[in-house]
Structure formats: structure tokens, C-alpha cells
Ligand binder design. Sequence first.
Ligand code: KIV
Ligand code: NA
Length: 252
Amino acid sequence: NPSQEKAEALRARKNRKRISCLTAYDYPTARLLDEAGVDVLLVGDSLGMVVLGYPDTTHVTMDHMLHHVAAVARGNQNALVVGDLPIHSYDTPEQALENAKLLVAAGADAVKLEGGVRQAEKVKLIVDAGIPVFGHMGMLPQRVLEEGGYKKKGKSEEEFEAILEGCHALEDAGVFAIVLESVVAVTAERLTGELSVPTIGIGCGEKTCDGEVAVITDLVGGYPWFVPPFAKPQTDISGAITQAVEWYKGQV
Ligand code: KIV
Ligand code: NA
């Protein structure tokens, strides 16, 4: 199917052409990013924080995801649209497959879930059903409450080995690419060298992976109340909105 072909084309870019991925949660943003030629539009569960006003991603539900995946899909023509499976939407393999199918029915080409060895069986089931899966290793935001914060990963040899084992389990299960989040740069580079699928980095340093993903509000200055240290804002959308509103109030 066309979604599998798009995912396979991205997988085949390993060691050839870097992959650009940005989050999108609504129609106009998706349309702008797709028209600008971004490879992957990720409807991330970061939705919960940067759009819905929750403190972390553990509040995001399938209903939230379906609503926003549908909006992004309406704005997209060429990019691969990935929908995040939110927390507790993939606790069992059967539930994972059922919810992956719902995201696809809403317009996603592929789904993403967090974790390695413990998710491999679920990944295989979804992939075997014809739905491409994007892996996610390193810092796993859906576990932020258990972990007591957002912590850098891959600092020790043991952590490198554990992440590599998880990534290999995901590769064997058939993922087309793996997000590496907040992994120290040298470890991200080593993982990228070991794996046969593209790694897509966030908070892993510059050009340590086969591609990068950024949260769109971090790129455009759309969420001024929290800016991660690795964000490189290229414009100030929040400031532009405030200025426009000041002008509007003055001329009303
Ligand atoms: O939800 C999200 O935006 C993500 C990216 C940070 C990879 O999962
Ligand atoms: Na996410």
C-alpha cells in the first residue's frame, strides 16, 4: 500500500539522504510543512503539552489523537503522517493493533510507540497488518512520572547496550525508523552506526543521527513558557501574535 511504500522509501535513505521530521497538530501547520517539503509530519503526543495545555504527555487519549491526526491528514499531500499511540493505548498487543488501525482510519500513514524489547511483539503485529511503525528509544516521555523527570540517556556503556538491544528488537520487529530522544551525542552516533534503519534524533546533538525531529512550537517560538535547551527557534510566532493583538487593541 502507498503508506508502506512511503515508509520503505524513508528506510532506504539510511546512509544516503537525511530525513526531516516536524510535529504538526492542525490543518494549516500540516499544509505549510508539507508544502515546504518536510519528509515526515509527526502528530506527536507532545500535543498534550504544546496544544492542549496539560503538564506532560500522560494525559493524552486516543480521542485527542484521532481528532488531530485527521486535521493533519487533511492538510497533507506528500509527507508521511505518523500518529503517536498515546499512553495506555498499547498496553496489550490486541489493543495496540486496534488503536493503530484507528489512527490509520483517521488518516495516519504510520504509528509511533515508545519502548524497545517490551514492545517488539506489538510492533510486529502492527507491521504484519500492513501499518508502518516508527520506534522511539532513549528518553520516553510517557514514563516521565516513573522516572521523575526528563533525563539524558546513554551516559554509560550499560545504557548504550540496553538502548541498542531495544533498537535491535524494534528492527527485527520491522520498524522503518527509530526516534532517539535525549541520548548523549556520542551514544546516538554509535547507535546510528550499529543500526540498519534510520535514527531520527531530538536532543541528541547536531547531525548525530540519520535525521532530526523537532517540535514545531520549538522551531517557531510558539510556546514561550517552556523552551527546551536544545531548541533553535528560527522565528518568534508568540511575539508576532502579541504585537498584532496590541495593534488590534489600539485601533479598535
Ligand atoms: O510527541 C512528540 O512530539 C514526539 C517527538 C518529540 C519525537 O514524540
Ligand atoms: Na511523542
